[in-house]
Design a protein around this ligand. Sequence first.
Ligand code: SAH
Ligand code: SF4
Length: 371
Amino acid sequence: MEKTSIYGLTKSQLTDWLLARGEKKFRAAQIWDWLYVKRVDAFEEMTNLPKAGIQLLNDHFVLGTLKEEIAQKAKDGTVKYLFRLPDGNLIETVLMPHEYGLSVCVTSQVGCNIGCSFCASGLLRKNRDLTSGEMVEQLLKIQRNLDRMGGKRVGHVVVMGIGEPFDNFDQVMDFLRIINDQKGLSIGARHITVSTSGIVPKIYEFADIDWQINLAISLHAPNNALRSRIMKINRAYPVEALMKAVDYYLEKTNRRITFEYILLKDMNDHKEEALELASLLENKRSLAFVNLIPYNPVAEHTEYQRSDPEAVLAFYETLRKKGVNAAVRKEFGTDIDAACGQLRSKQIRRKRVRGQSAAKKKGSHYIPIQS
Ligand code: SAH
Ligand code: SF4
């Protein structure tokens, strides 16, 4: 029998699993504490469990499956991790230092099938979904490194790495339940954001869950013609259907929602689009927040360039004049392969070119960035 990662179980799943094997309920709380508060590396370290209990866990579960291949550190403190999964696949996770604390950007799939035309992740088709355990472990690996380096805590999580979280809905929701648990990693729901390219039925489903987790919508264009051109998902779920789902979400949760808008030079950065965006969000006003994202150029997507700073400012000012809450997103790790998916796709390309994989390098290491 293949052992699974214990990090993939929500607390209620772990409790049920133990109860079904004749264990007491309090064992689940003890194990949870060892996993997420004390953050042990082996079941043997769970010293308040009887030997038979440790054996039971060892027989069925493993504690970790991810291997740190690369940790690339930028001048601003951003660290981009490349992890190898047991099946050989590579994923990326990014640690970002904000003024308000540390945040981790988690990957939800190996590759992405949505295939947005500007994105590095979409270049490589989805190989598979990640399990909830593999998502939890991305966070835990980084938190454990921090534990060893003085104990700073990750307080924020964004599901904005490689993949479309709503195309792996159930595993992502379990992941969120696990990291949100107050007796565990205790990442506050208001400190978690999930970003979607706009899978409409899942926005309804997400709205119906009773929690405070934030939602971000990758909009990137205010009309169907332009949005379908840069994001083919728009052909399945056009702007009107997306906005209807957003209205449902707002009505249900009364929470603020973020619209991500990458500014692409001469593509979606004109005054005309800023005005159109403002009118699209007209009925949402105080609950809508527009995050203007500077584009990270992707080598394969030469048709897309970053907007000029003047165009960014003009776009922002047009939105503000129309009463739209907006900000230009701060960039992290500009001196490393900053855009999600870039480090991974670069590694895979290198592997294809040289016929050797980064996996052959032993152990993990930092690539120092010269200032
Ligand atoms: N699939 C989800 C979440 C992962 S992508 C989504 O699309 O929302 C997270 C964000 O990064 C999205 O807003 C996406 O559009 C943006 N993004 C993708 N490639 C980018 C690039 N090269 N430069 C800047 N932002 C990018
Ligand atoms: Fe997938 Fe998001 Fe990239 Fe689109 S932007 S290809 S949905 S990861």
